[in-house]
Design a protein around this ligand. Structure first.
Ligand SMILES: NC(=O)c1ccc[n+]([C@@H]2O[C@H](COP(=O)([O-])OP(=O)(O)OC[C@H]3O[C@@H](n4cnc5c(N)ncnc54)[C@H](OP(=O)(O)O)[C@@H]3O)[C@@H](O)[C@H]2O)c1
Length: 184
């Protein structure tokens, strides 16, 4: 996807949400949205991805770590640390250290925060760009929510500009790009 001009060293957040901001339920995403998965892969490929332990554990073992990207996991759990490191991820107990390691990894000029709710909330103030897939869905029993974007974030692209792109394989969707106002 085409991203707007970003600082030389940038942090992005990427997520999919329902119209009301649900991003997860019971440790998983309560939808199957193939276009969003392809969009996630294309956007993050070649760049480090930083995630919380619950998100790491939500990825089927055969898909983790995400290929072609340095995977950075935050956890204080020794067992998960051992398992994630054995799988090839870098593991940290501190967000600053995780972001520093991600920045030093291949493609680290743009680091993607890929969830979940706790990581988005913790990292939102550091983000330069947010790439959001809005799914035309209502999920009433979600338990994890998108963060509020910090004041000053500006919507610089919506595809389509209004409404949603229909899908015959999953929910209709819209790709949005938001940029921190002080980066413009
Ligand atoms: N819709 C989307 O695009 C999307 C994307 C990603 C995830 N999700 C969903 O989001 C949900 C998971 O989100 P979540 O908020 O429950 O969990 P999470 O953010 O994935 O993971 C939380 C865990 O990460 C570790 N952690 C987080 N911040 C840390 C810090 N500053 N220092 C050290 N460790 C830290 C802790 O692990 P320990 O407890 O092991 O110490 C914490 O319990 C799932 O339902 C998932 O499917 C949705």
């Amino acid at each position: 996807m085409n991203l707007p001009p970003l600082p030389d060293q940038a942090v992005g957040m990427i997520w999919a949400q329902t119209r009301d901001g649900v991003i997860g339920r019971a440790g998983d995403m309560p939808w199957n949205a193939p276009e969003d998965m392809a969009h996630f892969k294309a956007t993050t490929m070649g760049h480090p991805v930083v995630m919380g332990r619950r998100t790491w554990q939500s990825i089927p073992e055969r898909f983790r770590p995400f290929a072609g990207r340095t995977n950075v996991v935050l956890t204080r759990d020794p067992e998960v640390t051992a398992e994630a490191e054995a799988a090839g991820a870098l593991v940290f107990t501190d967000l600053d250290e995780a972001l520093a390691a991600a920045t030093d990894a291949p493609g680290g000029e743009l680091v993607w925060i890929v969830g979940g709710g706790s990581l988005y909330a913790a990292a939102a103030d550091r983000a330069d760009v947010a790439v959001i897939t809005v799914l035309d869905l209502e999920v009433t029993d979600g338990d994890t929510f998108a963060p509020a974007l910090p004041p000053g974030f500006i919507n610089v692209a919506s595809v389509p500009a209004e409404g949603f792109t229909p899908s015959d394989r999953g929910p209709a969707y819209r790709f949005e790009t938001w940029v921190a106002g002080d980066d413009l």
